[in-house]
Design a protein around this ligand. Structure first.
Ligand SMILES: [Zn+2]
Ligand SMILES: [Zn+2]
Length: 497
């Protein structure tokens, strides 16, 4: 499972957290609990031009800006419970810069790169070449206002030189095009394998249209080097003073996350999480990079892509750290995949989940001296309730992606979890020990069933019941804790903090 690299040029917003990271983490947690091997990778794009642009605006060094935001992003990921197996930190990981430089040198030596001299926007007052985040202008394909890093509206790749009315981001001066010699990766020679790869991908419709638009024309040449001072130097004679292009590096970062050995096939099934524009790095730049290394991109099993929605929780511009501090990771993660708003998520957790658990803990104290009873689950309505939960957990497994990436629907998983709590709440209040054991078995089940979405609350609940958290999402989890166990209700609410 791969996620789009994140530029270390700002703190995370809830919208950025939701689509790729929380959704991917829900799936990773479910699969791991099921005993499957998962490699879940992420990266910080520390060499992004956005880092340098931010540094120039603040009068600081790009290295300081990258280090500061990388630490902030790491803290946000950690606080949100994102369990990456590997994070590539472009600027900090030893060996990465050398690996990338060697890769570019090898592609050049193998004749895969072309040197082109053409106009590139230049800002005379700033004495700076304008590409990536240093320049704004109109998308040459759809006309949308964009910058040199890529178009969020149509996502079709272009070079900064193709922007209409380019303007310097730093001083707002209209740029003047000056001739510049740069290295490019021409894609046309890979037309057939790329077309076959795109045809084999399990992609959302928006990307299918993009591939068709690309194939309708001569395939583009992707810039590999850009004149600048920030980033990994291009180790090719005649290109001194150039740095590896940001989009090219984004694809390379993802590749490095799988392991530095490019020739090694991708392990098993692959699933990528990211936005539309980043998905182009994954589906166009990355396979082209592999083909240039003479490694055919894997098509079996069919690689999958899950695009983050730009609406709903994906559009939430609240700072992730603020939301996490105010509402807790359970509520933010729930909102991130369900889209109800973090405050509302917290209210639902308090009003149903925590309310029911509070009553349950009180009943345990009242009826069983605070201990798990020895009686087996039972009482009025229990067999029927258990049958309904057996059905619910089958649906829940599907929503968690048991049947493959196509059935993965974390929004539905949240609804099924809510239904589980509401159905159990609707049972008559426990007055006898078998009823109490039944309700305790549902609580124990939730330490596994809710763990992929709300790991913190699931852990607190497991701690209260004396059971391990994060077990497989199965009907077997619907088992009361060991009889005689002292139930220790937490002092704070179970879910939502
Ligand atoms: Zn566009
Ligand atoms: Zn300028």
């Amino acid at each position: 499972m791969t996620t789009a690299p994140l530029e270390s040029a700002g703190e995370l917003r809830v919208g950025q957290l939701s689509g790729p990271y929380v959704a991917a983490d829900v799936l990773a947690r479910f699969l791991r609990a099921d005993g499957r091997h998962v490699l879940f990778t992420g990266a910080t794009a520390d060499h992004a031009t956005a880092v340098e642009a931010r540094a120039l605006r603040r009068g600081r060094s790009a290295a300081e800006v990258a280090a500061g935001f990388r630490a902030a992003i790491d803290a946000d990921w950690q606080r949100a419970g994102i369990t990456f197996d590997r994070i590539v930190r472009a600027r900090r990981d030893r060996g990465y810069g050398r690996w990338l430089g060697t890769l570019v040198a090898r592609l050049h030596a193998d004749g895969m790169l072309a040197t082109r001299e053409g106009p590139l926007p230049y800002c005379a007052p700033c004495v700076r070449w304008l590409h990536g985040a240093h320049v704004t202008g109109g998308c040459p394909h759809c006309g949308a206002a964009t910058d040199g890093t890529g178009c969020h509206a149509c996502a079709l790749p272009y070079d900064a030189a193709e922007l209409t009315r380019p303007v310097c981001v730093l001083c707002s001066t209209p740029a003047e095009p000056l001739p510049c010699r740069r290295l490019f990766l021409p894609l046309e020679r890979f037309r057939e394998p790329l077309a076959a790869y795109w045809a084999a991908l399990g992609t959302p419709e928006r990307l299918t249209g993009l591939f068709a638009a690309l194939l309708a024309d001569r395939l583009p040449e992707l810039p590999v080097g850009q004149p600048g001072e920030w980033g990994v130097p291009v180790p090719v004679a005649g290109h001194e003073g150039q740095r590896v292009d940001g989009r090219f590096e984004a694809a390379a970062l993802e590749l490095y996350g799988r392991g530095p050995d490019i020739g090694r096939p991708a392990p098993g099934e692959t699933l990528h999480f990211g936005g539309l524009r980043d998905a182009v790095d994954h589906t166009v730049v990355l396979p082209a990079l592999l083909l240039a290394c003479r490694v055919p991109p894997e098509v079996r099993p069919r690689p999958r892509i899950r695009l983050s929605a730009a609406h709903g929780p994906g559009a939430d511009r609240t700072w992730a750290l603020d939301a996490l501090n105010e509402f807790g990771s359970d509520a933010v993660r729930r909102h991130a995949v369900h889209g109800e708003g973090a405050a509302r998520a917290r209210a639902v957790l308090d009003g149903t989940w925590n309310h029911w658990l509070g009553q349950l803990f009180a009943s345990v104290e009242e009826l069983s001296a605070g201990r798990v009873p020895w009686e087996a689950p039972g009482g009025p309505g229990w067999p029927e309730h258990r049958r309904r939960l057996a059905h619910t957990v089958r649906l829940l497994r599907a929503a968690y992606g048991d049947g493959g990436a196509d059935t993965f629907d974390p929004h539905r998983a949240v609804r099924l979890l809510d239904a589980t709590v509401r159905m159990t709440q609707a049972l008559p209040r426990a007055v006898e020990l078998p009823q109490l054991a039944g309700q305790l078995s549902v609580a124990a089940a939730l330490t596994a069933w809710a763990h992929p979405v709300m790991p913190e609350g699931a852990r607190r609940l497991a701690g209260a019941l004396g059971v391990p958290a994060g077990g497989p999402v199965t009907l077997d989890a619907l088992t009361a804790p060991r009889p005689g166990t002292l139930v220790r209700p937490p002092s704070a609410p179970v879910f939502g903090f």
